[in-house]
Ligand binder design. Structure first.
Ligand code: SF4
Length: 194
């Protein structure tokens, strides 16, 4: 069975999710084909994506598409763009109503074979701290990693999570929109035109 089908049927976190307030069952959202050259390594689906079964069908997705300079048709073209979060299921909410962290067992179980199946990725967007920690293997902060984007580029871009929760961060760091985003958009366009 191919890896996408294996993950889609994964129920490893069933007991963990049953203990959350939402008591939901795992619904892995896996979005890629081996030909994809751009990888979006994200965090975990939110409740809206859990319901839609499609990644980034929320305001975070609108912001991420704007950052990348692509429309929905391109963003959801799995032959070009793979969207693989650190956990494939909505993890539930914590006591404050924020999303719980992606269960570590997901990346431990699936990430290595999945990246192998993906093949020739030329541009990787590390969206948020969890994906950055895993892919970069450091103990830095999101702000420090994103600020060092020129050191990681041109094939890797650490990005903050495009959630509304980071709107204040974007205001505090205007260089992100003024300096990083034009370069990111150019790199995305370059890969899509190959
Ligand atoms: S989060 Fe990952 S490991 Fe947990 S049930 Fe979903 S696919 Fe499986």
């Amino acid at each position: 069975m191919d890896i996408a089908k294996q993950i889609t049927g994964c129920q490893l976190c069933a007991e963990r999710f049953a203990l959350t307030k939402t008591r939901h069952v795992p619904r892995p959202v896996v979005w890629f084909r081996p030909s994809a050259r751009i990888l979006i390594a994200g965090q975990a689906p939110g409740a809206r994506v859990h319901n839609s079964g499609r990644p980034f069908t929320d305001p975070s997705g609108d912001r991420l598409r704007d950052w990348m300079g692509v429309d929905k048709a391109i963003f959801y073209d799995r032959d070009q763009i793979a969207i693989l979060p650190m956990a494939f299921c909505f993890p539930g909410y914590d006591a404050k109503g924020s999303d719980l962290p992606p269960p570590k067992i997901c990346a431990r179980t699936w990430r290595a074979p999945l990246l192998e199946a993906l093949g020739d990725v030329r541009l990787t967007l590390l969206v948020g701290g969890y994906a950055q920690a895993w892919h970069l293997g450091d103990k830095s902060t999101v702000t420090a990693r994103v600020a060092a984007w020129r050191e990681h580029g041109p094939d890797v871009f650490p990005l903050p999570h495009p959630s509304w929760r980071n709107t204040a961060w974007l205001k505090r760091n205007p260089w992100f929109e003024e300096e990083l985003l034009p370069v990111l958009r150019a790199r995305v366009a370059e890969e899509l035109s190959r």
